[in-house]
Design a protein around this ligand. Structure first.
Ligand SMILES: [Zn+2]
Length: 145
């Protein structure tokens, strides 16, 4: 297989066709059959720590590469503007290093989310206090809005 054609769908069909990547934007996920022909389903969720989908209006690119290490074929490829570019197979050490990096990325990202929420919360509180104060001032002035 040399290309994957994107098909934007609301619901992923039960039976996938070779050479098509089914993309569900509302579920932030894409599925396709492994490009080596082994018929295994490859699931690529979109998130800041999983895959990134680029759509230029006619073709798609996925970042980073897809490494099917759980499948017997262990295929590894990039999808750039619908074109499949096969990459080298990783050894066990490389696969483990990749998985460790994924874990670190996810941990860093989830920590960031906590930090962001911690920053946002006082701002919201302040805003509501300000609003309350404004309402109090307005009521003192007997102005209704
Ligand atoms: Zn395969």
């Amino acid at each position: 297989m040399e290309t994957l054609q994107p098909k934007f769908v609301d619901v992923i069909p039960e039976k996938l066709e070779d050479g098509i990547i089914y993309i569900s934007m509302n579920r932030s996920i894409a599925l396709h059959l492994c490009v080596c022909g082994c018929q295994n389903e490859v699931v690529t969720p979109f998130s800041p720590t999983d895959w990134e989908l680029r759509f230029d209006g006619s073709s798609i690119s996925l970042y980073p590469s897809i490494g099917n290490w759980e499948f017997p074929c262990k295929s590894h490829y990039w999808v750039t503007r619908n074109v499949i570019k096969y990459s080298n197979t990783w050894n066990k050490k490389q696969i483990q290093a990749g998985r460790d990096q994924d874990k670190r990325n996810k941990a860093i990202y989830s920590n960031h989310k906590v930090v962001n929420m911690a920053i946002l919360k006082p701002v919201i509180v302040k805003k509501s206090r300000l609003l309350k104060l404004c309402n109090q001032l307005l009521s003192l002035l007997k102005i209704k809005i």
